[in-house]
Design a protein. Sequence first.
Length: 77
Amino acid sequence: MEQSQSHQSNKYRIRVSETLDRHFTDWLGNLTIIPQENGETLLVGYFSDQPALRGFLDQLWNLNITVITVERIGNEN
């Protein structure tokens, strides 16, 4: 999953209920995987626009990964 950090990118923090380990690293591209003590995982990274974010969330859905929250935490504007 290639996510560019273009001038118009927004940074997001996505919390999922599953523990995602290092075998997801290649698929997640530039997203940072931050395991949580409670078994959840934070995914942090940039998405160029809303369709890119939606496409990523759809892929999580297709993998049966439960999204708990999606939060915009900053942008490059």
